[in-house]
Design a protein around this ligand. Structure first.
Ligand code: FES
Ligand code: FES
Length: 183
């Protein structure tokens, strides 16, 4: 046993230098870009690592943690925001592509301090349970109505199909959207 431990200590510098060489060859060095954009109607300039996603800068640089990180792979919709008024998955959007663009997150949809009607509808129709998926669901639901894709239950389900809910609050979500359409 002691012999094995000694042998490991002897080869560990070799493994370490091999790992450093791999990193130098295959991992791109960190680059910083100065980015100007609008987030929830405010002009913002910040320095971003060119590898950062929009989701990362929202949560970690701007502390807008309403936008959720679910899968981080474009599969669940928890990170949905609006970019220039259209839905986008912030986990799949490189921050550096957003120069001069306008981002709206769940923190930016209240009107004069009052909840957005879609937020009200989610509350009154039980559109959420744990609430983890809810910010992304609401951002998609607003777009669903705005883009006139809420004319039937099937149409709503089709538009909202990229937003997963592990609590299965789907019926309440559909009813919330229908409530806004029928107002
Ligand atoms: S966190 Fe972006 S789609 Fe899941
Ligand atoms: S309400 Fe819990 S994940 Fe949707």
């Amino acid at each position: 046993m002691q012999f094995l431990f000694g042998a490991f200590l002897a080869i560990s510098p070799i493994i370490k230098s091999f790992a450093v060489e791999i990193k130098e060859r295959f991992v791109f060095p960190k680059k910083i870009k100065v980015l100007s954009l609008k987030v929830n109607q405010k002009d913002i300039t910040l320095r971003v690592d060119t590898r950062s996603t929009l989701l990362d800068i929202l949560r970690e640089s701007l502390h807008l943690t309403g936008t959720k990180k679910g899968c981080d792979h474009g599969q669940c919709g928890a990170c949905t925001v609006h970019i220039n008024g259209k839905t986008a998955l912030s986990c799949l959007t490189f921050a550096t592509t957003l120069e001069n663009k306008s981002i709206t997150t769940i923190e930016g949809i209240a009107i004069d301090g009052a909840l957005h009607p879609m937020q009200e509808a989610f509350i009154s129709c039980d559109g959420f349970q744990c609430g983890y998926c809810t910010p992304g669901q609401i951002m998609s639901a607003i777009a669903c109505v705005k883009e006139n894709k809420a004319n039937s239950i099937e149409e709503i389900k089709s538009f909202m199909s990229g937003n997963l809910c592990r609590c299965a609050a789907y019926n309440g979500i559909v009813q919330s959207i229908q409530k806004i359409v029928n107002q």
